[in-house]
Design a protein around this ligand. Structure first.
Ligand SMILES: *Cc1c(COP(=O)(O)O)cnc(C)c1O
Length: 436
């Protein structure tokens, strides 16, 4: 399988797409064509790694990693991804729990897969690859956890000092020596600008072999399709019904993975996107005009995206808004509705949802009754509520018990180096830490 830029015609192998991250013309890599599967292809696949092995095999044709797929998948999916039924009156809704990975959020899947691939492609202990990641929260933790102690790989995490929660900061700063955590005295935008200028500095870039692991890398996207494949196959086999999915959406990576799974022939019914108050996607469906804008801050902070970059992929794979809105639903959920929903979920389900997951449960409740009743629904839970305890706990008036993975993270020592938002400060901190 070859991959082509959304903006050009030149194609590359999977290996190149994984290492490059973004195409030279600034576009995003997409598969030249999506394979289409029959349900029988998955007849003997009974676990996520097994389903993934079938689903991802065509993408690895021509890749030097083809012989290592099963190991890569075993490393990626070394935690459960259960679907649990929700105690609703009509009994047709369940929750896809994507939050049992090392940092208790769905980004662990993509980050783990990318780390497993890149280590095999580029890990070189005598000349390590250095992943630079600017983060306002979830991404940096997942990337640091995924690359932690991987030979020939280093990570530099840059986060804005004092602008992430205490628990979030801990997840960014509790890793081994191959991860350098930098608390930048500036904003998230400063962190991003620093990453850009470091990547653009030829001297630094050749000394450290910079790469990125951001959400536009095709290696983050591909493995996410597998949990939709697995969940839909399981549901279809037991009920004969193609389940619909409601998906909390920011940069559109998680939802795109579900859409791709449906295009590849998996038994998936309606797909509905839940956004927060960042309305770029719902407005596009309504006005048919794509107008990216600055993001607004919401309680579902990991979805605060005003210019979802995966829209470029979605338009290239499926089509423009007039086509998209016939095959996808979307609803924007504001902060008041998120608060109301976290309370209601707690009362009705007996457990708390995180602010991102609450956009999905809210959206499911708002579905047109006929659409809702005519389908079975799988609501996607993207993070554990204990990651967002400062939002959730006051709303439900209870402490959210820490899952084991987060308790483990919080028990580790934390260390970060504080730097000014300048290239000199970044280069200096790296030199001290890595001795290079
Ligand atoms: C990143 C993230 C999202 C949004 O996912 P996209 O792929 O960017 O649409 C939703 N919830 C949580 C908890 C996240 O970390």
């Amino acid at each position: 399988m070859r991959f082509v830029s959304t903006r050009g015609t030149e194609t590359v192998t999977l290996d190149r797409a994984l290492v490059n991250g973004i195409a030279e013309d600034g576009g995003l890599y997409v598969p030249v064509e999506l394979p289409v599967f029959a349900l029988d292809d998955f007849a003997t696949a009974d676990s996520i790694p097994d389903v993934a092995a079938v689903l991802l095999k065509p993408f690895f044709a021509d890749s030097s990693l083809a012989g290592a797929i099963s190991q890569i998948l075993a490393e990626t999916f070394n935690f459960p991804i259960p679907v649990t039924s929700l105690p609703t009156s009509d009994g047709n809704a369940s929750l896809l729990e994507l939050y049992h990975g090392p940092t208790a959020a769905f980004k662990d899947v993509g980050a783990g897969f990318l780390a497993a691939c890149l280590t095999r492609l580029e890990g070189d202990e005598s000349d390590p690859l250095t992943i630079l990641v600017a983060t306002s929260g979830d991404t940096g933790g997942a990337v640091a956890a995924a690359f932690n102690e991987r030979p020939g790989m280093r990570v530099v995490v840059l986060f804005p000092d004092g602008r992430v929660s205490a628990r979030q900061a801990h997840q960014l700063t509790c890793w081994s020596d191959n991860v350098l955590s930098l608390s930048v005295t500036g904003s998230f935008d400063d962190c991003q600008a620093l990453v850009k200028s470091a990547m653009g500095d030829t001297d630094l870039a050749s000394r450290y072999r910079f790469s990125s692991a951001n959400s536009i890398n095709i290696g983050r996207l591909l493995p996410q399709s597998t949990y939709y494949a697995d969940a839909s196959l399981r549901h279809y086999r037991t009920t004969g019904i193609k389940p619909g999915f409601v998906i909390p959406t920011g940069n559109l990576g998680n939802a795109l993975a579900c859409i791709m799974a449906r295009e590849m022939g998996l038994p998936i019914g309606p797909i509905v996107l839940a956004t927060n108050a960042n309305r770029t996607i719902p407005d596009y469906f309504e006005t048919l005009e794509w107008i990216p804008r600055a993001s607004v801050q919401t309680l579902a902070s990991a979805m605060d995206v005003g210019d979802p970059s995966n829209m470029e992929r979605l338009r290239s794979i499926i089509g423009e808004a007039d086509v998209l809105r016939d095959c996808l639903g979307v609803l924007s959920v504001d902060d008041d509705q998120i608060r109301e929903e976290i309370r209601r979920d707690y009362t009705e389900f007996g457990f708390a949802t995180c602010p991102h997951t609450a956009t999905a449960t809210y959206t499911w409740r708002q579905l047109d009754a006929r659409l809702r009743d005519a389908n079975d629904w799988i609501l996607v839970a993207t993070a554990h509520p204990a990651k967002f305890e400062t939002v959730v706990e006051p709303l439900i008036g209870q402490e959210v018990p820490l899952p084991e993975v987060l308790a483990d993270i919080l028990s580790r020592p934390s260390r970060a180096v504080s730097v000014e938002p300048t290239l000199e400060a970044l280069a200096g901190a790296m030199e001290v830490h890595f001795g290079q």
